[in-house]
Design a protein around this ligand. Structure first.
Ligand code: AMP
Ligand code: GLY
Length: 427
């Protein structure tokens, strides 16, 4: 089979890495890809969010399966266009992708499906926001309604800061904000494969969204991750499948917008049980890098089964029991105004650390001329016998990377490795 991966980040590099190892795959193409992906797959120029040019490539190259990485092509209807051309696509259509594209829509679907989530107030005026802030109390959670690359959410004790963020969001065209009840408890990301009817969960991961040590500073796209979440209760995955993923997939099918692809369930494990913090309509970044590092079942077969509505025929997924850790190497000044164009060195040396591989996110150029080209530059992934060793290996590899002004979070997976993360007793 010929597989086309859309996107250019470390998530897509991880997808390509796994797909090239699947014996049923003859060739992997990427649009547009990145320098790391180019070492494994043929990269094609173009805009992955332009349905017409993606379909042209799919037909010209004889692609059998399209795997959509980022959200923008989904929201733009690329998956609809690929399916209309008669080709399998792993990724929801524009209608179903609104589960990610609009937080207000996601809340409406969750309410209809009886999915446990934070109480929410959808607001279009500052007066409504003030009323909602009074209703929820501090800490305040204010979310921009549309896509914001993980940066549209402000969680703060400071009412003035909450109002300021709401005001900035409302002043944009069609501005809508969602004010939510604050959910307290450790977060888990659960990837649920869906073929429109059936759902299969991947192993859970935990993401680190804030830029600074100890969850300080602004939200980012994600500074690192680890998998599995050994501290979480064993019943978590079946419970979330029953109370969140399946009811959501059923509700979307009922609305005539079957969800085919990856339903990313972001959860907070609260004292009243797991509650949904967010849905995404695609693989999460940086969690994909740690989840796929442990998946032993060949990936293309899994994604094709989902794309074809054949998940029930899939045997249980097989996993490497060893944990994995991903430390993101971010450019100077990320997430505000990341520096670009700085030489990136030491990747080969980093990959000499046992169990380590390095995935490209924001890079351009080639061997010897590689430079930074985005906020998150690399994902350094390590697999080891335990979480402490996986961390050690990841950070040892990070130390071998050269990038002027770059920064990493020093505490990825630290609390879990030290046994300091616990799920609250449900009561
Ligand atoms: P979102 O874009 O909705 O995923 O939010 C980004 C991050 O903000 C989440 O991963 C949480 O860390 C935090 N967050 C979002 N909603 C809430 C909430 N209701 N309560 C507490 N934290 C939240
Ligand atoms: N890791 C969070 C996201 O992909 O949105």
């Amino acid at each position: 089979m010929v597989v086309l991966v859309l996107g250019s980040g470390a998530r897509e590099h991880a997808l390509v890495h796994s797909l090239t190892r699947d014996p049923s795959v003859d060739a992997v193409l990427a649009l547009p890809g990145n320098p790391g992906i180019a070492a494994l797959a043929r990269c094609l120029p173009g805009d992955p969010a332009d349905p017409r040019s993606v379909v042209e490539v799919v037909l010209a190259e004889g692609v059998d399966l399209v795997v959509v990485g980022p959200e923008a092509p989904l929201v733009a209807g690329v998956a609809d266009a690929v399916r209309a051309a008669g080709v399998d696509c792993f990724g929801p259509g524009a209608g179903a992708a609104r589960l990610e594209g609009s937080k207000a829509f996601a809340k409406e679907v969750m309410a209809a499906a009886g999915v446990p989530t934070a109480a929410a107030h959808v607001c279009t005026t500052l007066a409504q926001v003030e009323e909602a802030l009074d209703a929820t109390g501090a800490p305040y959670v204010v979310k921009e309604d549309g896509l914001a690359a993980g940066k549209g959410v402000v969680v703060t004790e400071d009412r003035g800061a909450a109002l300021q963020h709401a005001d900035a969001c409302l002043s944009r065209e069609g501005g809508t904000v969602v004010v939510e009840e604050h959910l307290d408890g450790p977060e888990v990301s659960l990837f649920c494969l869906s073929d429109g009817t059936d759902v299969v969960a991947l192993d859970p991961a935990q993401d680190f969204k804030r830029v600074g040590e100890g969850d300080t500073g602004p939200n980012t796209g994600g500074m690192g991750a680890y998998s599995p979440t050994a501290w979480a209760p064993a019943h978590l995955v079946p419970q979330v499948l029953d109370t969140v993923a399946r009811p959501t997939v059923v509700e979307m099918a009922r609305r005539g917008m079957p969800f085919v692809g990856l339903l990313y369930v972001g959860l907070a494990l609260t004292r009243s049980g797991p509650r949904v913090v967010e849905f995404n309509a695609r693989f999460g970044d940086p969690e994909t890098q740690v989840v796929l590092a442990r998946l032993r079942t060949p990936l293309a077969g899994v994604l094709r089964a989902a794309a074809r509505g054949e998940l029930t025929t899939l045997p249980p997924l097989e996993w490497d029991p060893r944990p994995s850790v991903n430390v993101v190497v971010a450019a100077e000044h990320y997430p505000s105004t990341p520096a670009t164009g700085d030489p990136v060195t030491g990747i080969d040396d980093a990959e000499q650390v046992p169990g380590v591989h390095v995935l490209h996110a924001g890079t351009r150029g080639g061997p010897g001329t590689l430079v930074s080209a985005g906020g998150r530059v690399l994902s350094v992934v390590a697999v080891a016998d335990d979480l402490a060793q996986a961390r050690e290996r990841a950070y040892e590899a990070v130390a071998r990377i050269g990038l002027r002004g770059s920064h990493t979070r020093p505490d990825i997976a630290l609390a879990a490795a030290e046994g300091r993360v616990t799920a609250p007793e449900e009561g």
